[in-house]
Design a protein around this ligand. Structure first.
Ligand code: JFZ
Length: 588
């Protein structure tokens, strides 16, 4: 559909300055922006808030991954574990004698979460190593009875959250307890040398502590049980029953075990590539460790936080992002800065995140991602097109209006359709430093053809998750970069002679495109790429243990339309050849 003015003329109007169009602040979801814990329905902060703060803070934080002068690389809350420093139980328990977090400031942390745009905080009440960060009467290995600080930070933090209108909840490691007799991976005998069973741990510590954290800190948003391992269902059920009894409005995390959680917790540090149905969350961290690690200065930028948050919302879920306060209770300043800057953006565009629904494309797009509110699409543009045109493949619903937003102001965006694509005319400079937003109001329910579009302007990567595979395997591979730092890839592997990984693509602009493949493997490999029914190219390239992008060559799409592009493995070690994705870039 072509509107009355050509793209050129309207672009000129845009360049003359953003036309301030009021009416942007209609009540699309003001109530959601002002969604406060005290008036939220059960699960509303989770399901509409879509964004939360995770906090890992405990005795391990004062070590910061350094023990006797040696640094251990990996997730800091596991420092006691043999896979890290292997600290004996009694030596670890002695750490409590020096825990004195004088810089802990509950109000500042709650304000940080609020300013970040987060809707609740979940903090470690007891992690795997067994130290309770609250005043527990069930076990004196806790922050009040065992430390010189002798304060319960959780009362202050719960109160500070309430004052900011945030929800509050606890992480609790219900199966693992490395310091209490009978805890999973803990001592197998008690102080008298008598055998200790899991039941001993459960009855003496776990169950009473879950009673405590669900009784003594006011309304709880979520009890975040973790790593159930082989914990028998009867125990998990008892804990869930306690939560239901004491906190009927609380959710139980997906990691309670035996499917007894209220939602699905995905694996760590990953954002799904495809839409996921139902209530689910991704948990991630501001650097690469959950607990504070002195060396870990690799922080997510404000833009990366927004990219992962919007991707989670775009796939239909909730994003919980972690901070790891230092042993003195202070929050790493760079983490705070990224949270505050990304939070400032969310305050300008709350409609993109809060009570927003998943993208009808069901995956990210080359320039960014889409979230939905009713019949409004919010296009979050992370990579601003230099050519002044943004390409949107497969939108079938008629457009009523298209606007480039600048906070509450906006300007009309010219658009036209061609071969099932919508081409939006944009000014040469992005209006926002981090992410610019285009609002498309549709004349009805969003309906799209979710075929991957080969963007005529910027590179298009299509992950192996989206391939149809025959004669090889497609599976998710997970590994740890550093200990506990989880990565994952969906890859095509175990190739047979006539195996094919086929990608369906929509092409708007015919012509030559540079095709590259991202893969891992060993030695030199020969890959083939076919436009099914059209050109075949192949090339030999080297390979690497790590996933790396290698060019294969130019390939031609003779006219606009939908094509099948098939990747084949022709020479090399088929057992180690692991295909992660295919890339298309205009050959210009
Ligand atoms: C667990 C903890 O062991 C870790 O210390 C941290 O608290 C994290 C948030 O949760 O780690 C996990 C748990 C589950 C998976 C990966 C790491 N998983 O399902 O892939």
């Amino acid at each position: 559909m072509k509107n009355k003015l050509t793209i050129g003329i309207l672009s000129a109007l845009i360049l003359q300055g953003m036309a301030a169009e009021q009416g942007m602040n209609e009540m699309w979801g003001e109530s959601t922006v002002k969604l406060r814990a005290e008036n939220a329905a059960r699960g509303q902060l989770f399901d509409e808030g879509n964004y939360a703060m995770f906090i890992h803070w405990g005795l391990y934080s004062q070590l910061g991954n350094k023990v006797d002068g040696k640094t251990y690389y990996g997730i800091g809350e596991w420092i006691m574990n043999p896979r890290m420093a292997g600290i004996p139980v009694e030596e670890y328990k002695n750490l409590a004698k020096t825990f004195n977090p004088k810089k802990f400031d509950a109000k500042a942390i709650a304000k940080l979460a609020k300013d970040a745009g987060m809707k609740y905080i979940i903090i470690t009440s007891k992690h795997h190593e067994g130290f309770a960060m609250y005043h527990s009467k069930a076990c004196d290995f806790n922050v009040v009875d065992a430390t010189p600080w002798a304060k319960d930070p959780m009362h202050e933090l719960a109160e500070a959250c309430r004052a900011e209108g945030l929800g509050f909840g606890f992480y609790y490691s219900h199966n693992q307890d490395w310091t209490f007799p009978g805890g999973n991976r803990g001592p197998t005998t008690d102080e008298k040398g008598n055998p200790a069973t899991f039941d001993d741990y459960f009855v003496k510590k776990c169950l009473p502590q879950v009673e405590e954290i669900t009784s003594n800190y006011g309304p709880i948003e979520i009890v975040w049980f973790d790593t159930p391992g082989n914990m028998p269902k009867k125990y998990v059920q008892q804990l869930v029953d306690v939560v239901r009894k004491n906190q009927p409005n609380a959710l139980v995390s997906g990691r309670a075990g035996h499917g007894l959680g209220d939602y699905q917790s995905l694996g760590d540090m990953e954002v799904p590539h495809k839409n996921v149905d139902g209530m689910w969350e991704s948990v991630d961290t501001t650097n690469d460790s959950w607990a504070y690690a002195w060396y870990d200065e690799y922080w997510k930028t404000p833009k990366e936080i927004l990219r992962r948050l919007i991707a989670c919302v775009g796939r239909g879920g909730t994003y919980m992002l972690n901070i790891g306060p230092r042993g003195d209770g202070s929050v790493p300043e760079r983490a705070a800065r990224s949270l505050e800057e990304s939070g400032a953006w969310i305050r300008r565009y709350p409609q993109v995140v809060y009570a927003a629904d998943a993208s009808p494309w069901e995956h990210a797009l080359p320039w960014g991602d889409v979230t939905v509110k009713g019949n409004r699409l919010y296009l979050s543009v992370f990579e601003w097109p230099a050519g002044g045109k943004l390409y949107l493949p497969g939108l079938k619903t008629k457009i009523a209006s298209a606007k480039l937003l600048l906070g509450e102001k906006s300007s009309a965006v010219p658009y036209e359709s061609a071969h099932g694509w919508t081409i939006l005319g944009l000014p040469p400079v992005a209006p926002e430093k981090l992410v610019s937003v285009i609002e498309i109001e549709l004349a009805g329910e969003p309906e799209v053809v979710p075929t991957f579009g080969v963007d005529p302007d910027i590179g298009t990567e299509i992950l192996a998750d989206f391939a149809s595979v025959a004669g090889a395997e497609l599976s998710q591979k997970r590994w740890m970069e550093k200990f506990g730092e989880w990565k994952s890839v969906h890859h095509v592997h175990d190739w047979t002679a006539d195996a094919k990984a086929t990608f369906e693509v929509s092409v708007l602009e015919p012509g030559d495109y540079i095709v590259s493949l991202t893969y891992a493997g060993e030695g030199r490999l020969v890959w083939g790429v076919d436009v099914v029914g059209g050109e075949h190219i192949q090339n030999q390239q080297n390979s690497s243990h790590n996933y790396q992008e290698f060019p294969i060559g130019w390939i031609n799409f003779p006219e606009p339309g939908t094509y099948a592009v098939a990747v084949s493995f022709l020479e090399g070690d088929p057992a180690l050849a692991s295909l992660k994705s295919i890339h298309f870039a205009p050959a210009r």
